[in-house]
Design a protein around this ligand. Sequence first.
Ligand code: NAI
Length: 343
Amino acid sequence: MRIAMFDVKDYDRESFEKYNHQNDIEISYFDTKLSMNTVSLTKGFDGVCIFVNDIVNKEVVDALYQNDIKFILLRCAGYNNVDVKACYGKIHVYRVPAYSPYAVAEHAMALLLTSIRRIHKAYNRTRDFNFNISGFTGFDLHGKTVGVVGTGKIGRIFIDICNGFGMKVLAFDKFPNDSVKAEYVSLEELYKRSDIISFHCPLTEETMHMFNKDTLKLVKKGVTIVNTSRGALIDSVALLEGLKDRIIGAACLDVYEEENDIFFNDFSGHIVDDDVLARLISLPNVLMTSHQAFLTKDALDNIAETTIQNALVYRNKTSNENELCYHCPNIENCRKKRKGSCF
Ligand code: NAI
């Protein structure tokens, strides 16, 4: 079984290499992303393994199918970059639904704490032997209200962490869960009451730009926004306006809606053409990481193990819960109704 792995970084290679040449699996690594420009590289392979910024739209699906690609292994949880409906009846699609929800939830809290306590700025000052603490006044998390949008695996762990800090937790989810230790409210109420808003729901047509110029009219002045989910949940232009107008007190971002051609690459010697991104990064109250919330050794090991298992599920013609549903917009809800693949 020959697998072409795209958008490969050194850490991917390290975690996957122990499975290479085992169980008749041959992995070839490509640094480039999968897109219409690179799809010709997939000729002669049985499957492809992709990450968050590879683009598998309908055109690419058709080209993959023509190249006799039989399965797509997403080595991530989100699948908004794949036209799953177009894959139906042609190419099986598997994902890694949970590799370490702790990694992402802990990163969200790390961003929040770093931002509100100015740790990143203090680090730079003390390294320069500047021990002045002016401008570093933060606020206690204890007693503050946090609004968590999306109470799935990651959102729930983030809620537990926030409860540990003594915060009041509000939650919004399309499918609320009784076991979640938070007060479920409408999205509008969450926006109105929260001191901190953290996004943990998937990017869908429904959630695209769920934070926008209209929601800026609802939020508390000085609200802190945390996004470790998908960039396009937030309208970046509205976010920038909210920051410039001093409505938003701080933004902690691990994702950005136009990150595809930028994140994971070194642009330190170049001029970045995205003016919104450049302006966001220039603001003192914006803390940005480059889609690294998942990046722990534990998560990478789990990703590699589950991805290889998914490949074996395809080869053994069995089914598992990691194969996507090709019809339903909400995969978790769909799983409650049926078992196995709907391919
Ligand atoms: P999950 O599937 O366990 O939970 C998602 C939750 O969102 C579910 O409870 C679902 O009911 C809810 N939801 C779906 N549609 C909604 C809507 N319209 N409004 C409100 N809630 C809605 O997913 P998990 O594992 O918690 O991951 C959440 C997101 O985190 C992923 O979709 C992915 O985009 C992102 N992620 C980011 C990573 C990073 O490195 N920055 C790594 C892994 C995931």
